[in-house]
Ligand binder design. Structure first.
Ligand code: SF4
Length: 448
């Protein structure tokens, strides 16, 4: 059973040294009890206390890793119901479904789509993570053949799907070293699937008919020594699946109910035959609270919005995505090239730098640290005003790189251009476009 804050406090050093970032040991103990701090932040806890506290300090939803190496997917580890309370920790993985009844051409084209559908956005690569191989033939050797083909063509994590332990064992023989997720232990096969999970040290999903059966089955798996578990309540209607997700998350967080303290797997692919509706259902699970989301197929028009939604929901709301302050050289600029300035909100930076690249006019882009705020917000907050920008421009060293002294400021920050000329004596301030898409046309008319 989880310890209370006071019980945890009794095990701490009680020196109030503040090294954990909290003003007192009691404050730290309360955070540990709420799952909002990590035990490792206190360097002075004795080994004995560490052992006792490990359960209390463990995240209420156990982190589970599927796959190995750079492409491994970590899910779970969540500590809050709502993103604004702190942040969501580990984004859900998207899986494409491959059946062992599909012909080689269809399997090949799905594997190609899996590889090709990846996107660059705000400096990150957005892509799906998992390939779910489903046994529909019931034939163990056929299943193993498809698993082998997937393994040869991808280093992504996989899910082995069958209710037959013999079929799962055949798949594991091929790819157990890649630590796939075994799907699924049920009331009818629990012991044998638990043995497979232990033998190969792989995570296992448990599928039930409802939450009561689900918690009974996970309790049995834990008793059998299996700890890396993923939950499927078995619901395949939108309403019931949504309710189950919320109940699972709140039982784990608010009631610290261990049998439901695991990430979940959701199957929009089994909830509709309409691809657009499937994408909408998947988007619901991104927000509420899918750990793995299995789609019947991937198409760019539905996968890309899901990847962007996931990026947005799993961005720390307290820390905007920011780019490092400095001078960015785009396209090999020289002493006659334009100099533009913008804020360090990542989205702004990537839009502006992308438009400069499109213009094919080599340029310098000065990125001012505005704590990740966009131009307008930073201006309103006093972080992109004349007396904040001028010292940065002077210190940046840009004056040594160009012969001219002309600085292009974003159109939205035009109001202060006069102030900037006062602060930046010797520089001429030019007001650039308001919209990033107008940058290429603007730069083509630029003269030193
Ligand atoms: Fe107490 Fe440890 Fe935090 Fe120091 S670092 S205040 S001893 S909990």
């Amino acid at each position: 059973m989880a310890l209370t804050g006071i019980a945890i406090f009794k095990l701490l050093p009680k020196t109030n040294c503040k090294e954990c970032g909290d003003p007192t040991c009691l404050a730290f103990a309360m955070k540990l009890a709420a799952g909002k701090a990590e035990l490792t932040l206190c360097p002075y806890i004795s080994e004995e206390a560490k052992e006792k506290l490990s359960e209390a300090a463990a995240p209420p939803i156990r982190p589970v890793t599927i796959g190995v190496g750079d492409r491994a997917l970590k899910v779970g580890g969540e500590t809050v119901m709502f993103r604004h309370e702190k942040r969501f920790e580990n984004p859900p993985g998207f899986a494409i479904l491959i059946s062992d009844t599909m012909d080689d051409a269809e399997i090949g084209s799905r594997l190609d789509r899996f590889k090709q559908l990846e996107y660059e956005r705000v400096g990150l690569t957005l892509r799906p993570e998992l390939i779910a191989v489903k046994s529909e033939s019931g034939d163990a050797s056929k299943f193993a053949g498809v698993v082998s083909k997937v393994k040869q063509n991808s280093d992504a994590g996989s899910i082995l799907m069958s209710s037959n332990p013999d079929v799962l064992a055949a798949g594991l023989k091929v790819c157990a070293d890649g630590k796939p997720l075994i799907y699924a232990a049920t009331k009818d096969n629990l012991e044998r699937v638990a043995d497979l999970a232990k033998e190969h040290s792989c995570p296992v999903a448990v599928k039930a008919s409802g939450l009561e059966e689900l918690s009974q089955l996970t309790a049995k798996l834990i008793e059998a020594g299996v700890n890396d578990i993923v939950l499927d309540s078995g619901s395949r209607t939108v309403r019931q699946a949504f309710e189950d997700q919320v109940i699972i998350r709140s039982s784990a967080l608010a009631k610290k109910f261990r049998p439901l303290g695991f990430p979940t797997i959701a199957f929009p692919c089994e909830m509709t035959t309409d691809p657009m509706k499937e994408a909408v259902i998947a988007s619901m699970f991104v927000a509420k609270y899918g750990g793995v989301i299995v789609l019947s197929d991937f198409q760019g028009e539905s996968l890309f919005p899901l990847l962007v939604e996931r990026l947005n929901i799993y961005t720390d709301p307290q820390r905007p995505l920011a780019t490092t302050e400095g001078i960015y050289e785009i396209g090999g600029p020289d002493e006659n090239s334009p100099v533009l300035i913008t804020s360090n909100f990542s989205l702004t930076y990537f839009i502006v730098s992308g438009e400069i690249e499109t213009s094919k006019v080599p340029s310098y882009l000065l990125v001012k640290d505005t704590e990740g705020l966009s131009v307008m917000t930073a201006w309103a907050a006093g972080k992109f005003v004349a007396d904040a920008i001028a010292p940065f421009v002077k210190k940046s060293g840009i004056a040594d790189k160009v012969k001219h002294h002309k600085l292009v400021v974003p159109g939205y920050a035009a109001a202060e251009s006069g102030g900037r000329e006062e602060e930046l004596s010797g520089w001429e301030i030019l007001v650039g476009p308001r919209d990033g898409s107008q940058i290429p046309a603007y730069l083509k008319t630029w003269k030193p």
